[in-house]
Design a binder for this molecule. Structure first.
Ligand code: ADP
Ligand code: MG
Ligand code: ZN
Length: 604
C-alpha cells in the first residue's frame, strides 16, 4: 500500500513539472514583431534576412542580426508568389533561404496538442492507479480462501521427543507414525494401511501441541500447523476452501504432517449451537472429512489434531478411516512432573539446594504448561532478587503464585476485616485438619492473593484419578468451614463467603446429577449437558427429567449442604479453642506454613 501511494505522488509531481515546462515553452517566448509582406520584401531586397520559415500561413523571419519577426501570408497562395506580387525579382527570391515546415512538426505538437492532452493524461494515470489498487484489494479477497497454515520446516530449535517429558504411552503410539513418515514405502509394500488421522486428547497444557511438533521434528518432514479457529472467518465458505488449499499443499509436499490444533473449534457436533458461525463450521468440518477420505493413505500425509474437548467432537470425525488413532495425554504424575521440571530447569542455573522432587510432590494437578510457568516465575523471582541462581524457595513460592495469583500486599484490610478474614481462613483450615478425607493443609494465609481475601492451601497428598463420595462430603464441609466460623464467632456473615457457598452448592448438585451419588435418588444421571455457542460459551443443561424429579434434586442438594454444614459446625463448636489459636496466630504472623500449623495442634 505504501509504495503505491508513493508512486502516485511521484507520477503527479512528474506531470506537474512537465506541464510547467511545456506551458513556459508556449507562453513565455517573447512575441516577435509582426511585419507586413511588403516590409519583408524590403528586407530581402536589403539582404538583411538570414532565413524564412513557413508554417501554413505563419511566416517566421530571422534577420542577420538575430531579431525575429513574423508575418502572415494567404493560405491559398504560396509565399513566393505573394513576394513576387510585392515586387521581388526571381533572383532575389532565389537568394533568400526559404524553408517550408510541415504542419505536424515538433513545435506544433508541443505547443498545441500536448497542453490540451495533459489533463487527459493525468486522468488516465490516476485511473490506472485506482484500478491497480482495486485489483490489489481483489487479490486479497481471493487469498481469503488460501490456507494460512504456517509451514514449519527444519527450524533451528527442532523439537524432538526428548523435549517432551513423561507421556510414555503417547510417545510409543506416535513413534509408529514417525516410522511411517520416515519410510512410507516399507509399510505400503507390505500392504499395510496406515492411519490417516491421529487425535491428541488431553487437558489444556498437557503438551499436545508440543508432542505434535515433536513428531514432525523426529520424522524431519514438513509440518503444517493450523488452528481450528483459523478456518472460521466472516465469510461463509472460506473455511472449506482453506481446507482444500491446505490439503492440496500438503499432498504436494508429502510425506508431511498436517496439524489442526484445537479442532473442536470446527469439529463440534453438528446441529448444536445458534447463530451464523455454525453453518460455516459445518461446511468446514464436512470439507475436512471429504479431504481425509479423498487421499490415498499411503501417500504419506498424516493429519494430526488436538483437542481438550473430545466429548464435543462430531462422531463423524472419530470413525475409522479418519481420526481413528487416539492418543490420550493425562495430567503428569509425580515422576513426570519431576521430569518436566527438569526439562524446564535446563537453561536456568539452579542453586545446589533445589530439589525438584520436592517441587513435584507439591504440585499435584499441575499440567506441563503450569510447570513451565512455575519454573519461569521462579527465574523471574530470582532476577528480581538480583541473584544468580534459582533457589528452592524461589520455586516453592512460585507454586503459590501459579496456583492462586500474585500476592496483593498493598490490599489493605482494616482491623475488623483482618479479624474476620483470620477467623474465616482458620475455619477452613481447622475443618480440613479434622476431617480424614479432606486434603491436608499446606498453608494458611490472610494475605490476599488474586481475588481472594485470604487463602487456605490444601494439596492432595498423592495423585488421584478417582474421587470418593466421602471426599466430596468432607470437601463440602471444608468449604463451609469459613462461613460457619464467621457465623459462630461474630454472629454475622460477610460477602467473603459467597464464593465458598457457590462452589459448595455446585459440588452438591454434581454429586446428585452427574455422579449419581445421592442415596435417595440413586445411581442416575440427570440432565444432559450441552454446550451452546451463542455470544460466548454457555453450558445449558437440557432437562430430561420431570418437575417432580427436579424438586427431589433440589431437596437432595439441600440435604447434602445441610449435612456438610452440620459437620463443620460440630467441629468449630467443639474445637473453639483451636480456632481461636489459629486465628490469633494468623493475625500475628499473617501466614502459617504446614509444619507450624500442625504444631499448633500438638500444643493443645
Ligand atoms: P496443549 O497444546 O496441550 O494445551 P502445549 O503443548 O501448548 O499444551 O504445552 C504448553 C507448554 O507446556 C509447552 O510449550 C511446554 O513447554 C510445556 N509442556 C507441556 N507438557 C510438557 C511435557 N510433557 N514435557 C515438557 N514440557 C511440557
Ligand atoms: Mg495446544
Ligand atoms: Zn473461604
Amino acid at each position: 500500500m505504501k509504495p503505491l501511494s508513493k508512486n502516485i505522488i511521484f507520477a503527479l509531481v512528474t506531470i506537474l513539472i512537465l506541464g510547467a515546462i511545456f506551458s513556459s515553452y508556449t507562453l513565455n517566448t517573447e512575441k516577435p514583431e509582426e511585419v507586413t509582406l511588403a516590409a519583408l520584401v524590403n528586407e530581402i531586397q536589403n539582404q538583411t534576412v538570414e532565413k524564412i520559415e513557413i508554417e501554413s500561413s505563419d511566416v517566421s523571419i530571422t534577420l542577420k542580426d538575430g531579431t525575429k519577426q513574423t508575418s502572415r501570408k494567404e493560405a491559398s497562395v504560396s509565399l513566393s508568389e505573394s513576394l513576387i506580387d510585392y515586387g521581388l525579382t526571381a533572383e532575389q527570391l532565389k537568394a533568400a533561404d526559404i524553408t517550408v515546415l510541415d504542419r505536424s512538426t515538433r513545435s506544433y505538437f508541443l505547443g498545441v496538442i500536448l497542453p490540451s492532452l495533459l489533463p487527459l493524461l493525468l486522468l488516465i494515470i490516476i485511473f490506472f492507479f485506482m484500478v491497480r489498487q482495486m485489483q490489489g484489494a481483489n487479490n486479497k479477497a481471493l487469498s481469503f480462501g488460501m490456507s494460512n497454515a504456517r509451514e514449519i520446516k527444519d527450524t533451528k530449535q527442532k523439537i524432538t521427543f526428548e523435549d517432551v517429558a513423561g507421556a510414555k504411552e503417547a510417545k510409543e503410539e506416535l513413534l509408529e507414525v514417525v516410522e511411517f513418515l520416515k519410510n512410507p514405502k516399507k509399510f505400503s509394500d507390505l500392504g499395510a494401511k496406515l492411519p490417516k488421522g491421529v487425535l491428541l486428547m488431553g487437558s489444556p497444557g498437557t503438551g499436545k501441541t508440543l508432542l505434535a511438533r515433536a513428531v514432525a521434528g523426529e520424522a524431519a518432514v514438513p509440518f503444517y500447523h493450523l488452528s481450528g479457529s483459523e478456518f472460521v472467518e466472516m465469510f461463509v465458505g472460506v473455511g472449506a476452501s482453506r481446507v482444500r488449499d491446505l490439503f492440496t499443499r500438503a499432498k504436494k509436499s508429502a510425506p508431511c504432517i498436517v496439524f489442526i490444533d484445537e479442532i473442536d473449534a470446527v469439529g463440534r457436533q453438528r446441529g448444536s449451537g445458534l447463530g451464523g458461525s455454525h453453518d460455516e463450521r459445518e461446511q468446514t468440518l464436512n470439507q475436512i472429512l471429504v479431504e481425509m477420505d479423498g487421499f490415498d493413505p499411503n501417500i504419506g500425509v498424516i493429519v494430526m489434531a488436538a483437542t481438550n474437548r473430545p466429548d464435543v467432537l462430531d462422531p463423524a470425525l472419530l470413525r475409522p478411516g479418519r481420526f481413528d488413532r487416539r492418543v490420550i495425554l493425562d495430567l503428569p504424575d509425580i515422576n513426570d512432573r519431576e521430569a518436566i521440571l527438569k526439562i524446564h530447569a535446563k537453561n536456568k542455573p539452579l542453586a545446589p539446594d533445589v530439589q525438584l522432587r520436592r517441587v513435584a510432590e507439591r504440585t499435584p494437578g499441575f499440567s506441563g504448561a503450569d510447570l513451565m510457568n512455575l519454573m519461569n516465575e521462579a527465574a523471574i523471582r530470582t532476577a528480581r532478587r538480583n541473584d544468580k541462581t534459582v533457589s528452592q524457595e524461589d520455586v516453592l513460592i512460585s507454586i503459590e503464585k501459579v496456583l492462586l495469583g500474585p500476592e496483593r500486599k498493598s490490599f489493605i484490610m482494616n482491623k475488623e476485616e483482618k479479624n474476620i478474614t483470620a477467623y474465616h481462613e482458620a475455619g477452613h483450615a481447622l475443618v480440613a485438619h479434622m476431617l480424614p478425607n479432606a486434603d491436608p493443609v499446606h498453608k494458611v494465609s490472610i494475605i490476599s492473593r488474586g481475588s481472594a481475601g485470604g487463602y487456605t492451601l490444601k494439596l492432595p497428598s498423592e495423585d488421584r484419578r478417582l474421587h470418593k463420595r466421602s471426599e466430596f462430603l468432607d470437601d463440602m464441609a471444608v468449604m463451609l468451614g469459613g462461613f460457619i466460623s464467621e457465623k459462630e464467632t461474630f454472629k454475622d456473615v460477610t460477602t467473603g463467603a459467597s464464593d465458598d457457598l457457590r462452589k459448595c452448592t455446585q459440588v452438591a448438585r454434581e454429586l446428585v446429577t452427574r455422579y449419581g451419588m445421592s442415596e435417595t435418588l440413586g445411581p442416575r444421571v440427570f440432565g444432559e449437558h450441552q454446550e451452546m455457542i451463542f455470544l460466548g460459551r454457555d453450558i445449558r443443561e437440557q432437562r430430561n427429567y420431570s418437575e417432580k424429579t427436579a424438586e427431589a434434586i433440589d431437596l437432595e442438594v439441600e440435604k447434602l449442604v445441610d449435612g456438610a454444614m452440620q459437620v463443620a459446625r460440630d467441629i468449630i463448636r467443639t474445637q473453639k479453642s483451636s480456632l481461636d489459636l489459629i486465628s490469633h496466630e494468623l493475625l500475628e504472623k499473617e501466614t502459617i506454613e504446614k509444619e507450624a500449623f500442625e504444631a499448633l495442634f500438638v500444643k493443645t
